[in-house]
Design a protein around this ligand. Structure first.
Ligand code: FUB
Length: 521
């Protein structure tokens, strides 16, 4: 390591004492940029100024098992060469209540810093208005500073430039601003979430809204996080989309999002949907910010991939955007996410990772994600896409999940982790099953057969339930659940993880996403 460069592992202790302006050097070996879990970073918004690439980010501070956006401040990362891995971390550059007299602390959601024609920097910040009668108090304020690290002061002390009061009509959640200063000096603000995107022009002062707002169409599956940019005269609108379903090009599970994009020949549209550019990441939310820097294009986004990361402990990643200029408008190629080198996986008896999962309730309700069954992750406070389940309003008395391997495996055990939000014996919600069993596919008789000598089938939720049985060699194994029932209705069943165990440990094999493995029966 070169003198003066500090591994990310030492970041927290140093950053606490370092002024945000000067920052703390960080050496990143790959994505996420801050990866040791001491400092989460989220909702990236890149900005190029001179020879420096800045990334504005929020900061997730939720405890491990808390599903909430606990975000009190913004921070910055900067580099002059992303490929070098040498970054500077500028923590705590602004807090809502310190910048905006009218804002309350917390909820420092996705903002963006933009350089104005006057050389000053403008921070577009979604924050909660203190008091007020709005049904949703999120509002967009603008602050100004001489440098990206601040100090920031309110550029519009009269209050937010967007809220449920202005522009009217406005009953949406006013977050996720994205601002473009066009080549002719005109300024455009896009924002929105929960499927509602709005846009309005700003005066050249960067703070005063001009004309009327527009509802944005032509953005298929839009959920949130618009990012407006321009390349070779074409306007690109990147956004988080979640039109979910088994055949969706975006995401099978509605809680997750892909990054999709549309193009236009004018900054206010009309927009034409062009496709997906980033598949769902490990966090439920996905959030794009893209920029050209020293002749290359980059996508900044966030994932749950840092140590101890999660859906509410996200971390910024940066990867290259490649363009297909053989078509007009130029197409954005699918971004290939990279990660810092991972340690070799330890030997394990669990062979589920090499299987493809199937279930009796396909198409599976879009809140669940069947791939969660064998992703090796269990959580104390999971969200629905962290599990397979069959809650859909009318639950069957019996259901099953199944693993299919490309080649026969020899197995003699199982570990299953049920999820429940109702007690055993309930006929509503999600409850532990009344009973369950494991069967294997017997290719000789072409039938499902019970495991011989199975040790027991525990149903306690929130912990692994171990079952052992006599070794059997098969290509398919099935767990069949009898639903908990009461007063004539069945409860749903949900499973976070299902491990299937070989007699001895070996290096795990994964089939790769989307691998097609034939059913047995
Ligand atoms: O970080 C809070 C919210 O999550 C952002 O405003 C959204 O874009 C999503 O990333």
């Amino acid at each position: 390591m070169k003198p003066g460069l500090i591994p990310a592992a030492c970041l927290l202790a140093l950053s606490a004492a370092a002024p945000a302006q000067r920052g703390t050097p960080v050496v990143s070996k790959g994505n996420p940029i801050l990866s040791d879990g001491r400092y989460y970073s989220t909702d990236p918004a890149p900005l190029v100024d001179g020879d420096t690439l800045w990334i504005l980010a929020g900061r997730d501070e939720a405890p491990a098992d808390v599903n909430d956006f606990i975000m009190k401040e913004w921070q910055l990362l900067s580099t002059t060469d992303p490929a070098s891995g040498k970054w500077t971390h500028h923590p705590a550059i602004a807090r809502p209540e310190a910048v905006f007299e009218w804002a309350e602390p917390g909820r420092a959601y996705a903002g963006q810093i933009v350089k104005g024609a006057n050389g000053k920097f403008y921070l577009y910040a979604p924050v909660l208005e203190r008091g007020g009668a709005a049904k949703d108090r999120f509002a967009i304020g603008v602050a100004v500073a001489d440098t990206p690290v601040g100090p920031w002061t309110d550029a519009h002390p009269a209050g937010p430039i967007v809220s449920q009061r202005t522009p009217q009509p406005n009953d949406i959640q006013n977050i996720d601003p994205s601002v473009l200063v066009d080549d002719d000096g005109r300024v455009y603000l896009y924002w929105g979430t929960f499927g509602q995107m709005r846009a309005i022009e700003l005066e050249r002062d960067m703070v005063t809204t001009r004309g009327t707002q527009k509802r944005i169409d032509g953005v298929d599956g839009f959920f949130e996080a618009p990012w407006l940019m321009k390349r070779n005269g074409t306007y690109y609108l990147l956004y988080a989309a979640n039109n979910a379903g088994p055949d969706s090009a975006c995401t099978p599970a509605v809680y997750h999002a892909c990054i999709a994009y549309s193009t236009a020949t004018s900054p206010m549209g009309p927009w034409t949907y062009r496709g997906v550019m980033l598949k769902p990441v490990s966090s439920t939310t996905s959030h794009p910010g893209a920029v050209a820097f020293k002749g290359k294009w980059y996508l900044a986004y966030h994932t749950a991939d840092a140590a101890g990361g999660g859906h509410f402990r996200r971390s910024v990643a940066l990867d290259r955007i490649e363009w297909d200029d053989s078509v007009t408008p130029a197409r954005i190629r699918m971004v290939v996410p990279t990660r810092l080198p991972q340690p070799a996986a330890a030997a394990t008896r669990n062979v589920a990772g090499a299987a493809v999962a199937a279930a009796s309730n396909e198409p599976i309700p879009v809140q669940y994600w069947i791939r969660a069954l064998n992703d090796g992750i269990v959580k104390n406070a999971p969200l629905p896409p962290d599990m397979w389940g069959n809650w859909n309003g009318a639950m069957p008395a019996r259901s099953w999940i199944e693993y299919r391997w490309a080649k026969p495996v020899t197995i003699n055990g199982s570990r299953i982790w049920f999820h429940a939000d109702q007690p055993a014996g309930s006929g509503v919600g999600v409850a532990p099953p009344r009973g369950w069993r494991i069967e294997y596919w017997d290719s000789g008789t072409k039938a499902w057969k019970p495991m011989t000598g199975a040790s027991g089938y525990g149903t306690t939720p929130g912990a692994y339930q171990d079952t052992s049985f006599a070794p059997v060699t098969t290509r398919c194994v099935r767990a069949t659940f009898d639903a908990s029932a009461a007063n004539g209705t069945n409860a749903a069943v949900a499973v976070q993880e299902w491990q299937v165990l070989a007699p001895t440990a070996a290096r795990p094999v994964t089939p790769g996403r989307g691998s097609a493995i034939a059913p047995c029966g």
